[in-house]
Write a protein that binds this ligand. Structure first.
Ligand code: HEC
Length: 186
């Protein structure tokens, strides 16, 4: 009796084993637990009727600030420049190290127009490649100008000069302002 049972079980196993084979190699066969292979949760970029805009991925809340980003709540106007001059304080002290960094930024990003000495006689202008006279950064008006105003001018651009904000990090903009104030305007 016992021997027959084992035979039957062996036969049954054999039948099951062979019936699970398939001559078509491209056929994936049965899927067990399909909800694991095919997620029932919404995919990030799938449509979603639960929301008015039909998107699964939600927009960040209005006013969200990216990590490490400092907002600059000023417009490119004279009034906002004056406001920046009153509200913004240079977070750096003119140490040798900070001024060295400021000098490097000046040489890379400003000298070609404003000149080695800051008098507006940069190579691009004297060689007539740049037609508009770059402002002097060392005249009386600029010496009297608060650092926050200069930071505003560098960040958003001024008159015909383009904005440096998208090119230079805030800390480098402050350092170049410090360099202009402490070295060029000496
Ligand atoms: C492509 C040339 C160019 C470059 C590069 C440039 N500037 Fe200027 N900048 C100008 C011109 C031209 C003006 C005058 C704009 C006007 O009056 O319309 C100006 C104006 C300014 C002013 C305002 C001066 C004023 O009279 O109020 C400041 C401050 C200034 N630049 C600083 C910088 C600094 C700092 C850099 C480097 C980070 C820089 N600029 C890079 C061309 C340039």
């Amino acid at each position: 009796m016992g021997k027959i049972e084992i035979k039957h079980i062996a036969l049954l196993l054999l039948v099951v084993a062979f019936s699970s084979c398939n001559s078509k190699k491209t056929d994936p066969g049965y899927t067990y637990f399909p909800d694991m292979a095919y997620s029932r949760a919404y995919e990030t970029y799938s449509e979603n009727t639960n929301f008015a805009d039909n998107k699964t991925l939600r927009e960040p809340v209005e006013g969200t600030i990216p990590r490490g980003y400092t907002p600059f709540p000023y417009e490119k106007t004279e009034e906002d420049m004056a406001r920046a001059g009153k509200e913004l304080v240079n977070p750096y002290e003119p140490t040798a190290e900070i001024l060295e960094r400021g000098a490097l930024i000046y040489q890379r990003n400003c000298k070609q127009c404003h000149g080695e000495k800051g008098d507006g006689q940069g190579h691009l202008y004297t060689s007539k490649r740049y037609p508009y006279p770059p402002a002097s950064l060392i005249n009386e008006k600029m010496v009297a100008k608060p650092q926050g105003e200069m930071f505003h001018q560098v960040t958003l651009g001024y008159g015909i000069m383009g904005a440096q904000g998208p090119i230079l990090r805030p800390e480098d903009r402050w350092k170049v302002v410090l360099y202009v104030k402490n070295e060029l305007q000496k």
